[in-house]
Design a protein around this ligand. Structure first.
Ligand code: AFP
Length: 334
């Protein structure tokens, strides 16, 4: 059988069970096309005058990289005219971006982190784009921030692109996880894996160990046991990875198992974790759960969290189900 393109995959799914309506298929294809353009921009590196800082701060108070701004613009330009969106929101913009009145509107809300891991860009380490799709609440014609504040369990689709040795698009519409690899000669994303499953057990963990002195007791206990290895209560040795690019760390876990942790810590009480709920934790949690893994704040399932703000941060513990459940158990034990 000839290799299946993203377009064919979506059309066949649309005809098979109606899970994907025409506008959702259009949305996913538009986002995928934008990710191809972002991949081209990133691939130019120093030759494209796209590295370094944009000398501006975003809503997070972080200095934006040129590629943060470029990726955000690419996604805005690609999505505002197609008639599939009621509005969109980005890590790089304080408020939701309305669809200009000159364009038709649709039923979906799109949220994205246009370039996750951008502090790695200038040192040529994999980065990515993360996106989440919600339905606009019925009857809402001018969606404001409140329209976006839906639990992650309401997502109709989630995905990410990882710009690494190859450019991949990882996607779920709620019935499993598929991986598409960008065929640069064809200019198409081609299906290279489907129905991914995360092993329930793992010997590999991902955490920024430089924060150890601020971790709370359940995380101190859990990581301490992993570091004790075969001489400790776990009785086996563990390995550690930390790319500091969530997309790269999550893709490794999706591919071979593992546990990823950016937990609540005492470093800055105003920040219950570093990662953002709406366009990082929620889409990654949907993908991980659809692949048989688990995603928790330590105290509750991430997809059950009722959002209170578009850019709110949340503790993230996700990956191999048995390890995430062990960490949640340690939180419950106090
Ligand atoms: P940047 O987009 O600012 O590089 O942050 C990346 C990120 O949001 C996420 O992708 C990483 O897992 C995490 O931050 C890394 O945080 P540390 O730099 O504190 O390890």
């Amino acid at each position: 059988m000839s290799p299946v393109s993203l377009t064919r995959y979506l059309i066949e799914k649309q005809h098979a069970d109606g899970r994907i309506k025409a506008d959702l298929r259009l949305l996913i294809e538009v986002v995928a096309r934008a990710c191809k353009a972002i991949s081209v921009a990133i691939g130019k590196g120093a030759l494209g005058n796209v590295l370094g800082s944009a000398d501006e701060e975003n809503v997070q108070g972080e200095v934006q990289k040129k590629l943060d701004v470029i990726a955000n613009e690419i996604l805005l330009d690609a999505n505002e005219w197609g008639g599939h969106l009621a509005a969109l929101a980005s890590e790089e913009m304080e408020h939701p971006h309305p669809i200009p009145h000159r364009y038709p509107k649709g039923e979906y809300l799109l949220l994205f982190d246009p370039l996750d891991g951008s502090s790695n860009i200038d040192v040529n380490i994999s980065v990515g784009t993360i996106f989440s799709v919600l339905r606009c609440p019925d009857g809402v014609t001018e969606p404001d921030e409140s329209a976006f504040l839906q639990p992650g369990s309401r997502q109709v689709a989630a995905g990410y692109a990882v710009y690494g040795p190859s450019t991949l698009l990882v996607l779920t519409v709620g019935d499993g996880v598929a991986v598409f690899t960008l065929d640069r000669e064809r200019g198409s994303f081609m299906l290279t894996a489907d129905n991914l499953r995360i092993p329930e057990d793992t010997r590999e963990f991902a955490i920024n160990a430089s924060n150890q002195r601020w971790w709370q007791p359940p995380v101190q206990r859990y990581i301490g046991e992993l570091l004790a290895g075969r001489e400790g209560p776990r009785g086996v040795d563990f390995n550690m990875r930390w790319v500091a690019s969530m997309v790269a760390d999550v893709h490794r876990i999706l591919s071979r198992g593992g546990i990823f942790m950016y937990p609540r810590d005492n470093k800055d009480p105003a920040k219950p974790g570093r990662l953002r709920l709406m366009y990082e934790a929620n889409p990654m949690a949907m993908i991980v759960e659809q692949a048989g893994g688990a995603a928790s704040t330590g105290l509750e399932r991430i997809l059950d969290v009722q959002p209170t703000g578009l850019h709110q941060r949340i503790p993230v513990i996700l990956g191999s189900r048995n390890e995430v459940e062990r960490v949640a158990g340690y939180h419950a034990a106090g």
